[in-house]
Design a protein around this ligand. Structure first.
Ligand SMILES: NC(=O)c1ccc[n+]([C@@H]2O[C@H](COP(=O)([O-])OP(=O)(O)OC[C@H]3O[C@@H](n4cnc5c(N)ncnc54)[C@H](O)[C@@H]3O)[C@@H](O)[C@H]2O)c1
Length: 294
């Protein structure tokens, strides 16, 4: 897809971070934007900010854990803008894991699987039939994470598990669409190459009441609520942490979609070395060692 003028882009989790940057990157290229998010305050802000730039957009409440909620957003996009050409299944959370896995609250597992995994499954169910039915070129991009899809960082097994599953789903979706020569292109979006400065580390702001942590032990709190907190912690270990701005991720994603790329992925020599080390470990049957953070 080379020309985004008057194309319609639906972005879940579009009120913050990577999704918000995608809304602006595509809107500035002439696309009409539908942002879906659970954060009502952030929805109001993003709607005002997009309007201030003259971008045609609607910002709707949308909970990706609910098929009904996603259906409502899809119907709204069709009613307002006549269809959709780009869908980003992007909403995701981190539950703030730390300590031993066997001490985790079940609520951490439930919330993370609900949003990161069921959110993607629900989005496929809701958007794919509509995209196929339109019969015109369209793109369906799923936001995964190198952590889980490509390597396994230590101490976040819940998040990692969801993103490993999401990668498997995304590749399978591509296989099915390609085998049937459908006009929908599937892409796997990996925010990075460094940790992206977004609200992900403060996801608790949109955590549902019924899924609040029920484990009261002190081993389940990281004390990290932002990328700045991570930077400070890294600095205590003498590590200078690199950070990526979400606008860079959005530009990388748009450039990849222009080229019909499956992998919307930017790496560094260091991240390539980690992927290579994991592959070598599997092929050589060596015991896993955790990759370095950063
Ligand atoms: N930040 C990073 O370094 C990084 C790295 C790899 C992957 N990711 C992935 O990028 C995606 C976007 O996250 P981000 O980093 O921009 O974080 P973010 O918190 O800034 O944005 C995520 C958005 O999703 C929304 N959301 C949460 N639960 C939702 C639900 N049930 N339904 C609808 N919307 C919901 C939030 O309100 C928020 O606006 C996520 O899938 C995340 O896992 C981020």
């Amino acid at each position: 897809m080379q020309d985004f003028t008057d194309k319609v882009a639906v972005i879940t989790g579009g009120a913050s971070g990577v999704g918000r940057s995608l809304a602006f990157a595509l809107g500035r290229r002439g696309a009409k934007i539908v942002v879906g998010d659970v954060d009502r305050n952030a929805l109001t802000t993003v709607a005002a900010d997009l309007a201030a730039e003259g971008i045609t957009a609607i910002a709707e409440f949308c909970d990706v854990t609910s098929v009904d909620s996603l259906n409502a957003v899809a119907d709204k996009a069709i009613a307002e803008f006549g269809g959709m050409h780009l869908v980003f299944a992007n909403a995701g959370i981190g539950a703030g894991e730390s300590g031993n896995m066997w001490d985790y609250s079940d609520k951490d597992w439930q919330w993370t699987l609900n949003v990161n995994l069921w959110g993607v499954i629900n989005s496929i169910k809701v958007f794919m039939p509509r995209l196929i039915e339109q019969g015109v070129e369209s793109h369906f991009a799923i936001t995964g994470s190198g952590n889980g899809a490509l390597i396994v960082l230590p101490d976040c097994p819940v998040y990692t598990a969801t993103k490993a599953a999401v990668q498997s789903i995304t590749e399978n979706l591509h296989f099915q669409v390609a085998a049937q020569q459908l006009p929908v292109k599937i892409s796997a979006l990996f925010p990075g190459p460094y940790v992206v400065d977004t609200g992900l580390f403060n996801s608790g702001r949109v955590r549902p009441e019924e899924l609040q942590k029920d484990f009261q032990g002190d081993g389940n709190e990281t004390g990290i609520n932002s990328v700045d907190d991570m930077k400070k912690m890294a600095a205590e270990y003498g590590i200078e942490m690199n950070v990526t701005h979400p606008d860079e991720v959005a530009e990388m994603a748009v450039a990849g979609i222009e080229q019909d790329q499956f992998w919307l992925l930017k790496t560094t020599p260091e991240t390539d070395a980690k992927i290579q080390a994991r592959t070598d470990m599997i092929l050589n049957r060596t015991t896993p060692v955790p990759p370095a953070l950063g």
